[in-house]
Design a binder for this molecule. Structure first.
Ligand SMILES: *Cc1c(COP(=O)(O)O)cnc(C)c1O
Length: 404
């Protein structure tokens, strides 16, 4: 039985805390983590939560309590993870395209570091040589993921050092006697097909003999979660089985005690999240019936940014007749959440809930149109607690310096 919050629950929470509102359900995060850890039981695998999906410090602490490590994409995320209580050796910092002084800062904080360019690898060598272990993010030149906008491992992607430049990597490693502790790939998001991870591991296995200090193989994140009924999730059990087989079969890997790392973001927190909005206006036109909610791409940008699908439900009228609507925001831009979507008849004042709103929802929100960012609520053991206040007017002026 999957952990879900009922309509009645969501309405009660919306009435108590107001809208727009992000709600996260602890038991669902736990369920997802346990799915991963049980599938990989008995293997030498560690999960690093890719926290850019959702960084509220309560979420970080909760995920830490489940036993996961954490993957960070900026030094500020590293500091949040430390603040949440993760020890440095459980924090992985996978940088991309950043100035070297940020890597120095991460080194100073004692966390695990992945570097994704020859330029920063060279600087790392000059500064730290053999003294501090480091991982390399590679670009395996594999096409993967739900669509091009969320693919990161193909041969035109900015991420990682292309595997065809391995000789340049080896030159730097040799020159500075670098201690390469892990090889990393992250090929995209919403990867349904487990064979993508196997292709990735083969690419890495082919290279492991070059690196005598190697301890970890990092296959990144990108596990797919269902977004609508009958949609599938990455088959984690099949993945675990095939990874085991791949280890046994490859001459470079068999017999080695390499640990396998994954960096799930969405898989852990997408489905735990509900974004609750309220209907401001219904506008009937010849072309469409528009439902305007008290939100927009300032709060949930995924539909506009990468054509993400979010299931939307009118929780206030669950037994009403179905009608076709375009669900839009209240921002001065075309901020359409869904075109031609069948919903139970919508009335002004109804609550519309967006599902799969835990990952990259609040985290990508902004104050565009000088609107407030939503509040966040955490539900655990049936208990709903506010974990971030809604903005107030002063927040819009904070950091502005009035010189005129
Ligand atoms: C974003 C990201 C992830 C997580 O991706 P999901 O699709 O949310 O699982 C993992 N690793 C790296 C390096 C990332 O940038």
């Amino acid at each position: 039985m999957s952990a879900v919050l009922s309509r009645e629950n969501l309405i009660r929470i919306a009435q108590e805390f107001g809208t727009p509102l992000y709600v996260y359900h602890a038991e669902k995060i736990k369920e997802q983590y346990e799915k991963l850890s049980s599938a990989f039981e008995g293997t030498n695998t560690v999960f690093f939560y890719a926290c850019k999906a959702l960084t509220n410090v309560n979420i970080l602490r909760y995920i830490k309590s489940l036993g996961a490590n954490v993957d960070c994409s900026s030094v500020n995320e590293v500091k949040l993870a430390l603040h949440a209580g993760f020890p440095p050796q459980r924090i992985l910092y996978t940088s991309n395209g950043i100035a070297f002084d940020e890597i120095e800062e991460a080194q100073n904080l004692g966390v695990i570091i992945n570097i994704d360019s020859l330029s920063n690898l060279e600087k790392f060598g000059q500064k730290f040589g053999h003294s501090y272990p480091v991982g390399i993010r590679l670009r395996p030149n594999i096409m993967a993921g739900g669509n091009l906008k969320i693919s990161t491992g193909h041969d035109k992607s900015k991420f990682g050092v292309p595997v065809d430049q391995i000789h340049l990597i080896l030159d730097i490693v040799k020159k500075y006697n670098l201690r390469i502790s892990d090889l990393h790939i992250h090929t995209g998001s919403e990867i349904k097909d487990v064979s993508v991870f196997l292709k990735g591991i083969e690419v890495l296995f082919d290279l492991v003999h070059h690196f005598k200090d190697l301890e970890f193989i990092d296959l990144g994140g990108g596990f797919k979660v269902p977004h609508k009924q009958d949609d599938v999730e990455t088959d984690i059990h099949s993945l675990a089985k095939k990874i085991k087989q791949a280890f046994a079969a490859h001459p470079n890997a068999a017999g080695k005690t390499l640990q396998v790392w994954f960096e799930p973001g969405k898989f852990l927190v997408s489905e735990c999240g509900y974004f609750i909005t309220r209907v401001n206006v219904i506008k009937e036109t010849a072309g469409a019936c528009f439902v305007s909610v008290d939100s927009g791409f300032n709060h949930l940008i995924r539909p506009m940014f990468y054509d993400a699908y979010h299931h939307i439900e009118n929780v206030s009228n669950p037994h009403g007749p179905e009608k076709k609507y375009s669900v839009v925001g209240n921002i001065c831009e075309t901020d359409t959440f869904a075109w031609d979507r069948m919903l139970k008849e919508v009335r002004e004042g109804d609550y519309l809930v967006f599902y799969n709103a835990g990952a990259y929802g609040f985290e990508m929100s902004s104050n565009f149109n000088s609107r407030f960012k939503p509040a966040e609520v955490f539900v655990k053991d049936g208990n709903a607690q506010i974990i971030r206040k809604r903005d107030v007017f002063e927040d819009l002026l904070r950091n502005q310096i009035e010189v005129i």
